[in-house]
Each structure stands twice: as C-alpha cells, then as structure tokens.
Write a protein that binds this ligand. Structure first.
Ligand code: M6R
Length: 614
C-alpha cells in the first residue's frame, strides 16, 4: 500500500532523507511517487508515474535541494489510474497546502460536489485531492495548519493516514494524522520524521512513537506534539526498535526473497530456542504470556488472518487440535468480519499477521473482541497495531521482511503455532512432557535441516526442476492433513511472483472434480511426509499420474517419490513439523521459476506488502 514519509530539519537538506525513506518503503508496492517541499517560503512539488527512478530524474534540476521541510509518497492506486496527475502530493486551490495520503476517504463524492459548487477545479481523479482543498479552504479562513487539518478531517469518513505541509507555517511545519493505516513519528534533537512504516524511520532513529487512531501529530525540528482531533493533548509512549537499518538492505543478494529464504535457519532458531524449557517439556513465552490460567480458560480458537498468514493458521489448526484437543476454526479475516459470526464463551481469537497492520485482520480481531473473545496474536512487528491491541502476544522475531512474497515470516508463524500448540497442550494436560520434548528436539534440529535444504547441491537440483517446469500450462499443488495448507501456500507463492496459474488442493478432493484438468501440460507438485495420510497421498499421486499429469513429489515419503518419478528430498522430521521443512523447497521452486520467466520477484505486479485498506 502507499508509503508515506515526512521530515523537518533544523539544518537544510530534507530531500535526500525523503528519497531515502521512499526507497526503504518501495517494498510495500507502488505505481507512482512524489515529493513536496517548502523552500524559501514556496511550495514545490514533483510527482511521476512509475518507479522512483522517474521521480529522481524529475528532481535532477536541483530546484528542491536545500529545503528543510518536506513530504514524500509512493502511491498504490485506489481512486484513479496510476499517472503523474493522480500521484501524490495533492495541492489545495491556493497551492499553499500539499497533502499525501494512504487509505480511502469514503465520502469523497459528496465532498467533491460541495467543493465543485464552491468553484474548485480538480486536477486529479483521486479522493485525496478533496481533503487538500478542504484544508486549504480552512486555512483561507484563518485557521492554523493543525487546526485546519483537524477541521477538515472531522468532515471525512473512512480510513486514512495523512501528512500535510503548508506555506507560511513556520511554527507548525509538518502535521500528520491517523485513522486506520499506520503512522510512526519520531523527534531527534534537530529534526523530526514521520513514516507509514517503522523501517522508514530507522535510517534516522530507533526511538519511535506509534500514533493511534484519532491522533494528530505536529512535528517541528526537534519537537513532537500529539493531540486528538479536538486538539486535546494526548501522551504517547516512545518505543525502542531492535531492528537495525542494515536489516532491511539486500546485503549482496539479488533479491530480498532469496535473502529471506536463506535467513530461515536463524529465524527459526530465534522464534523457538529461547522459549523451550526442555526440563519441563514445555514452552515459556516472555512476560508470562499464554500462562496456564489463561490457556486453561480457552475452549475454542478462532484463527483470523489473510493470505500466507492464513495458511500458517490452517497448519496451526491441525497442530492445536492434534496436540491440545482444542477445537479451532480458521477464517479469512475479510469473510469473518461480514458474516455476523457466532462466538461461544471461552473463545480465543488468534490473529496471525506478519505486519500487524493488515486492515482486514485488524477489523476481524476487533469484532471478535467486541463479541467477547480474548485476543491473542502471532505477529512479526513488535510495535504494530495488532500487537498493541492484543491480550496475549507471541512475536515471531523473523526480522523485517521486505519481499512481497512472504517466506521467512510464514515458517516463523508455523513454528510459533507449534509453540502455542505445545503450550496449550501442556496447560490443558493433553500433551505429555515426553511428547512435548520430542517436538522441541525436532524444532531444535530444524536449523541444520533447513541449512541442508539451502545448500548448493539442493538449490541446483531445484533450479534444474524449475527449468523443466517453467513453461508448464499450469500447476496443482496437492497435500493432505498438516501438509494441505503447505500445498495452498506453495500455489500462492508461485502465482504471486511468476504469474503462472497454480491451484492448491486437498489431494483427496482431486477425484471429485479438478482431476478433469489433468493432462500432460499440467505439473502436479505433491507434498507428503510419513504419517497418517502418507499412503493416501501416494495413491492420489498415482491417480493424477495415470491421467497423464507430470508429478513432482516434495517431502520425505519415499513411496511418493517412487511413484512421481521426480522428487525433492526433504530431511525427515516429526510429521507435525514437516510443514516447515516442506515449505522451503516450494519457496525456492517458485523463486527460480519466476526468475527464469524474468519476473520482478520483489515487486510483483499489482501486489502490496502490507494491505492497509479493505
Ligand atoms: O502482514 P500480514 O501477514 O497480515 O499479510 C497478510 C497477507 O497480505 C500476506 O501474507 C500476503 O498474502 C503475502 N503477499 C503472501 O506472500
């Protein structure tokens, strides 16, 4: 979704910081970008469709250099096509005000009518421009910039984060407000910064303030003041961020996705090792979270998530029901929130999210809370809204994930589900200490097993399979039991980054219809591990092979490998942990296929990293 940055500095030279911030936020996905600065008391704006390089080319004349106040934006189009004129910032009628925005102003049509009647001429098709005009109009009537922003925002409905600058406002150079999508602000001794994502602030400081819904922040060089929409001062805590600016760099890798796939041995260790109590055969979550009392009260779990995180939650269902005997429902967050759900007493809503800012997941979790659920979350972003609103928090510690296609965050989420299943099982007495210890030992061995999967010979083998299948007509990813969601995730990964049609399916369901699609042009990737459904999956592979499909078996089940003919051998582990290992070759297969097809792997078309609108 859109990226927002802003800076005000005592010394001149804010443009470099804005471009640097936009560069860091590029991973969120965008189709145009722009900046506005105030230099010598005049508003100067540049904006361009396409990549940041186009904007940088438009800045070559140096006209915006030397300004000490500015805002910058990467746009992900919602209202109006991607174009120079729809790119942000947008200006009000007088040209004094410039505004950038993430989100949607839902009542923009009626406000547009009102402004048209007032003689305003619109230069874009966006909902954003309306609010720039509203602020401009308030300032024309004598309000200061912060008061004008508050007054304008009281008129709009929707979800938004905005940042605004205005000429002739030396006391209040930079104002931002949040009602939905995230905004993070920080003041240093001689400057202040804002961004839609903490990564945008890390080049300047690791001490940040997360704005809450209904907050308006006024930033000056070295100062920061937060109020509500009525202008009343509110206190917001400062958070220290552990991530370092270098964590979000490529570090010599050709793509973030490949870098992040290779981080998984360390990530899995960070997610699990310090939480293991091997003596007791249990899991200990920091701060006494997920303690015995809270866990014993849980009668049912409602998982709420989207995309890859939903697949992790589906694996979590098998784990939690299998190990802790607690019934689990899993729902797309976007469906749960509109289906008038019924939650029974003792329900724990479990939100799973890498970013902690996904609009659908946040809304679904808030609804579950309203319906009386205790709220827990598995999340990768310590200061995110999801974390701040949860009663119980299990952080995945995967580090910043920049690649739009989620990889390390997914396996860390699955590992966190294993920890949660063990914790629940131990608290409820359904899981013995010995069985828990076996699983914990299994988790401990994953690091070495993943390192093997990422070794040169295995990668080369996967790359050669990718060459053979990169021109297939389509893909089916099949799995059963705990590896069924792995198949769904394998298909999602492939379509996201290679634009090939891929479907994930429960292997046992193929014969009920989709098997009609099988012919020699289709590649069938079957995920299997020794365990209760292993032989069933092998038979399902036989069924598709005998109809001409080309089968590739992934996992540690030798019988499946034999039937399929082609295979990726995965080290053997406990069946409950096999989704973590089986996912890794699927990530690499997608990566290599996308690379061979010349796709823009880290910035797949139409996708955004963090989906902060509905
Ligand atoms: O930040 P979240 O985990 O809440 O994001 C959820 C999905 O948008 C995300 O997993 C998406 O499906 C990824 N692009 C998958 O690779």
């Amino acid at each position: 979704m859109c990226g927002i940055v802003g800076a005000v500095r005592r010394e001149e030279g804010v443009l470099g910081a804005l471009i640097e911030g936009l560069r860091v936020l590029e991973y969120r996905g965008y189709d145009s970008s722009g900046v506005a600065v105030i230099k010598d008391g005049r508003m100067l704006v540049r904006k361009k469709e396409g990549r940041l390089e186009n904007l940088e080319a438009a800045l070559q004349d140096g006209a915006l250099e030397g300004a000490s106040i500015g805002i910058g934006h990467t746009r992900w189009a919602t209202h109006g096509e991607p174009s120079d004129r729809n790119a942000h910032p947008h200006q009000g009628r007088s040209g004094r005000v410039a505004l950038i925005h993430n989100g949607i102003f839902e009542n923009y049509l009626e406000l547009r009518e009102e402004l048209l009647a007032d003689g305003v001429e619109f230069l874009s098709e966006t909902d954003t421009e309306i609010v720039a005009h509203l602020i401009d109009r308030e300032m024309a009537q004598g309000l200061s910039l912060p008061d004008a922003v508050r007054a304008a925002l009281r008129r709009v409905q929707g979800h938004y984060a905005v940042a605004v600058i205005a000429e002739d406002e030396p006391e209040t150079p930079l104002v931002c407000a949040r009602q939905g999508p995230p905004l993070v602000v920080a003041a240093t001794p001689n400057a202040a910064y804002l961004a839609s994502d903490v990564l945008g602030l890390l080049p300047h400081t690791n001490k940040v303030v997360y704005l809450e819904d209904g907050d308006v922040a006024v930033l000056g060089a070295g100062t920061l003041q937060v109020t509500d929409f009525a202008g009343q001062k509110v206190e917001r805590e400062e958070h220290q961020i552990d991530w370092k600016p270098g964590d979000s760099g490529l570090g010599g890798w050709p793509h973030y996705m490949l870098k992040e796939i290779h981080e998984q041995p360390d990530v899995l260790a960070r997610t699990t090792l310090e939480r293991m109590d091997l003596d007791k055969g249990d899991v200990v979550i920091e701060g006494g979270q997920f303690g015995n009392e809270a866990m014993r009260a849980v009668q049912r779990i409602q998982v709420l998530a989207c995309g890859t995180a939903l697949h992790a939650g589906m694996i979590g269902r098998y784990l939690i029901e299998g190990l802790a005997r607690v019934p689990v429902d899993v729902d797309f967050a976007s469906e749960f929130r509109y289906r008038n759900p019924v939650l029974t007493a003792g329900t724990m809503a479990l939100a799973i999210s890498q970013s902690g800012e996904t609009a659908d997941t946040l809304a679904a979790t808030r609804l579950a809370k309203e319906l009386g659920a205790q709220v827990a979350c598995i999340c990768n972003s310590a200061g995110s809204t999801q974390v701040r609103e949860a009663d119980e928090v299990l952080l995945t510690h995967a580090g910043p994930e920049i690649g739009v296609a989620s990889t390390k965050a997914f396996t860390a989420q699955v590992a966190a589900c294993v920890l949660l299943a063990i914790r629940l099982g131990r608290a409820k007495g359904t899981l013995s200490a010995d069985r828990a210890r076996e699983l914990l030992h299994g988790l401990r061995n994953l690091r070495e097993q993943i390192e093997h999967l990422l070794s040169e010979p295995v990668r080369e083998h996967i790359r050669s399979l990718a060459k053979q299948h990169a021109r297939a007509k389509g893909f089916f990813f099949l799995g059963r039991g705990v590896n069924f969601p792995v198949a769904l995730e394998g298909a999602l990964k492939l379509k996201e980054i290679s634009y090939m049609h891929a479907e994930g399916y429960a292997a046992g369901e193929m014969k009920h219809g989709p098997i009609a699609l099988i012919d020699p042009g289709m590649t069938i990737v079957a995920v299997n591990a020794p365990g209760v459904v292993a032989d069933k999956v092998r038979s399902n592979i036989e069924q598709v092979k005998s109809r001409g499909g080309v089968a590739l078996s992934v996992g540690s089940h030798q019988g499946s490998h034999k039937i399929a003919g082609q295979c990726i051998e995965v080290p053997e582990t406990d069946e409950w942990l096999s989704p973590i290992l089986n996912s890794i070759p699927l990530q690499l297969l997608s990566y290599y296929i996308a690379d061979l097809r010349g796709c823009d792997i880290d910035k797949p078309r139409n996708l955004a990293k963090s989906v902060t609108v509905e």
